[in-house]
Design a protein around this ligand. Structure first.
Ligand SMILES: NC(=O)c1ccc[n+]([C@@H]2O[C@H](COP(=O)([O-])OP(=O)(O)OC[C@H]3O[C@@H](n4cnc5c(N)ncnc54)[C@H](OP(=O)(O)O)[C@@H]3O)[C@@H](O)[C@H]2O)c1
Length: 344
């Protein structure tokens, strides 16, 4: 059979030059390198969103060398929908490229009713990954995360479940999200004793949320664990898109489940305005500067952005063109972020 007989013009063929533009960083002490910009499907991939727009975003990402797509059991809406939609697009577009992709999922937040659909029990994590694999149409995920700390379940049980899933071949690597430095060290130790390294930590980290600088990044370096920063643009606030009000197609208007207008305060906007002026001087968009600022720390393996449009993704990828900051620029950023002393 001639290969041209099977050619379908609607079919996706990844750009041949896809590895030319992206830069990759080693994830801790592992054998894995992550694209310095990764794509998350928390928003924009639910059943309320346009599937074709999602497909364009995923194609664009891969065409620019973004090999890492991040999901979770409860991404939607409704819960599970992002995995279902990704599964469909994967089946239709990306199956030939499975071994070029690093796909992650997570469990830890509320997913189904009753006592076994939340937090960190062995029962929840194992059942949840089985469900995720069905929705995704995959035999394994590359990374499976415990999505948030569970104050009640013994850490040995949660890490034991992650290790079990690796032994079963349903996850190649494991990670944790939002664990503080102490809990991360204990989790890494328990996993190491079982022969499974803690590949990666997924913390919230942006110019507006710097809790990781308070010991977590140091601990990750000690453990040889990578870091992937989520909500690096503060869900869009750090792009400057809210400086002139609330655009109709923005997250704060379209999907206020996690970003309602009240979170877009005048105080934050005043800071954003000054940061945007600095970004302009650097010849970058504010989104690009916010991403570059995170990547200046080599311990940050990747920055995990969300996008509702391909042009946002292209803007964000442009951050890689200028990752260097002078000492004066870093000091100026600190001065902008520092809250002014309160008047007596
Ligand atoms: N582990 C956890 O607990 C956790 C929690 C949250 C997120 N995450 C992960 O992190 C990923 C990213 O989180 P996030 O979506 O909050 O990230 P984000 O990058 O801070 O915000 C994404 C939103 O910002 C806007 N945006 C992005 N780039 C833009 C640009 N260049 N210009 C203008 N607007 C732009 C878009 O909003 P509009 O809709 O306004 O266009 C986009 O949906 C998630 O998808 C998920 O994978 C993990």
């Amino acid at each position: 059979m001639n290969i041209n007989d099977t050619f379908d013009p609607g079919r996706y063929q990844a750009a041949p030059g896809r590895y030319g533009a992206m830069q990759y960083r080693r994830c801790g002490h592992s054998g894995i390198r992550l694209p310095m910009i990764s794509l998350g499907l928390w928003h924009n991939f639910g059943h309320t969103n346009d599937l074709e727009a999602g497909r364009q975003i995923l194609r664009c990402a891969f065409d620019y060398g973004i090999t890492h797509f991040d999901l979770a059991n409860n991404y939607g809406p409704p819960y599970g929908a992002a995995e279902e939609n990704f599964g469909r697009i994967f089946r239709e577009d990306f199956r030939p490229y499975r071994d070029e992709l690093l796909i992650s999922s997570k469990a830890g937040w509320d997913m189904w009713p009753g006592p076994y659909g939340n937090f960190g029990s062995r029962k929840y994590l194992i059942a949840s990954l089985d469900q995720s694999l069905k929705r995704l149409g995959l035999e394994y995920v590359d990374i499976f995360y415990h999505h948030r700390p569970d104050p009640e379940t013994p850490l040995e049980e949660t890490m034991g479940a992650l290790n079990h899933l690796v032994q079963q071949g349903k996850a190649l690597y494991v990670g944790v999200s939002q664990y503080d430095a102490g809990r991360t060290a204990r989790a890494a130790g328990i996993l190491r004793d079982m022969g499974t390294p803690l590949l990666i930590h997924q913390p919230r980290y942006s110019l507006f949320d710097r809790w990781v600088e308070n010991g977590l990044l140091d601990e990750l370096e000690r453990q040889g664990t990578g870091a992937i920063a989520f909500s690096p643009l503060e869900q869009g606030i750090l792009t400057g898109k809210y400086l002139q009000g609330f655009p109709e197609d923005s997250r704060a208007v379209q999907d206020a489940r996690y970003l309602d207008k009240d979170k877009v305060t005048e105080e934050k906007l005043a800071i954003v305005r000054r940061l945007a002026a600095m970004a302009e001087k650097r010849g970058q968009s504010l989104a690009q500067m916010a991403i570059a600022w995170l990547l200046k720390d080599e311990r940050v393996t990747s920055v995990l952005v969300g996008v509702s449009k391909t042009k946002q993704l292209l803007d964000n990828i442009g951050a890689l063109d200028n990752l260097a900051f002078s000492r004066e620029e870093l000091e100026a950023i600190e001065a902008i972020l520092k809250p002014a002393p309160r008047q007596p």
